[in-house]
Design a protein around this ligand. Structure first.
Ligand code: F6R
Length: 241
C-alpha cells in the first residue's frame, strides 16, 4: 500500500485527478470505478477542467459506480445517478450508455444485484476504482460486519451512515434505509484502487485503517489484501499518523 500525504483537499484532489487522467490516456478503453459523496467532487472538477483544457477524451471509457440508494429514481436529486450526471458525466464526452450505476428503483432488486455483478464481469472488470471511506470504515455501502466475500448486494444502511448523509437531504427521515452496493469482493477484483481520505472527521478511520487489524468489523481493512492500493490523504485526515 502506498500512502500519499497532501496538505489539503485541493492537493489531494489534484494528485488523484492526475493519476486518473494518466490511466485514461494510457488506456482509453478502461473501466473506471466511481464513487459519490463529498470526497471525490474535487477530483471530478479536476477531470472536467482537464477534459476542457487538455482534451482528455472519455469516448471509449466506461464507468461503473459503487452504489445507489434503494427507492430513489435516477431523476431524484438525491440519487447517485443524479449526482454523477451533474458532477461529472454531463461535462465529459463519455457515452451515457457506457456509464453504469446500480438501479435502486428496480422491481426485482436481487436480480438487479446479479445483473450488475455480471455487467462488471462483461466489461472485463474495473481497471481503476476510486473510493472514499465512511467514518465507520465502510467502503461503498459495505457497513461493518459485511463479509469480505460479498458481491453486489442489498444493504441496510447503518444509523451513523444515514446521519452522516442526512446533510444532503432535508431531514434524517428522508434518507433511504437501504442501498445496493458492490460488495467487498467485487471491489477487491479491481486492478488498481485509489482511496481518498480528507478532513478531521475521517482521521480516526484513517488511523484505524493504517494501524488497525484486518477485520470484517472495519470493511476498509479488506483493502490490505489488495496489491495495488494508493491512499491519498490530506493533513487533517492524517492527524494521528
Ligand atoms: C459513495 C460511497 C461511500 C462514500 C463514503 C464517504 O459512493 O460509496 O462509501 O465514499 O460514505 O462519503 P463522503 O465522501 O461524503 O465523506
Amino acid at each position: 500500500m502506498k500512502l500519499v500525504r497532501t496538505e489539503n483537499y485541493a492537493e489531494m484532489s489534484l494528485e488523484a485527478g492526475k493519476i486518473i487522467v494518466d490511466r485514461v490516456r494510457s488506456n482509453p478503453n478502461l473501466t473506471l470505478g466511481l464513487a459519490t459523496g463529498s470526497t471525490p467532487k474535487g477530483v471530478y472538477d479536476y477531470l472536467i477542467h482537464n477534459h476542457k483544457e487538455n482534451g482528455t477524451t472519455y469516448t471509449n471509457a466506461k464507468s461503473v459506480n459503487l452504489d445507489e440508494y434503494i427507492g430513489l429514481s435516477a431523476q431524484d436529486p438525491n440519487s447517485y445517478h443524479y449526482f454523477m450526471n451533474q458532477n461529472l458525466f454531463c461535462h465529459l464526452d463519455i457515452n451515457e450508455n457506457h456509464t453504469h450505476i446500480p438501479n435502486g428503483a428496480a422491481n426485482l432488486l436481487e436480480q438487479e444485484c446479479l445483473r450488475y455483478e455480471q455487467l462488471i464481469k462483461n466489461l472485463g472488470g474495473v481497471d481503476l476504482q476510486l473510493l472514499g471511506i465512511g467514518q465507520n470504515g465502510h467502503i461503498g455501502f459495505n457497513e461493518p460486519g459485511t463479509a469480505f466475500s460479498s458481491r453486489t448486494h442489498i444493504v441496510t444502511l447503518a444509523q451513523n451512515t444515514r446521519e452522516a448523509n442526512s446533510r444532503f437531504f432535508n431531514s434524517l427521515e428522508k434518507v433511504p434505509t437501504h442501498a445496493i452496493t458492490m460488495g467487498i469482493a467485487s471491489i477487491l477484483d479491481s486492478k488498481e484502487i485509489l482511496l481518498l481520505v480528507s478532513g478531521e472527521r475521517k482521521a480516526e478511520a484513517l488511523n484505524k485503517f493504517v494501524n488497525g487489524e484486518i477485520s470484517e468489523q472495519f470493511p476498509a481493512s479488506a483493502l490490505k489484501y489488495h496489491k495495488n492500493v494508493t491512499v491519498i490523504a490530506d493533513k487533517d485526515a492524517l492527524k494521528y499518523i
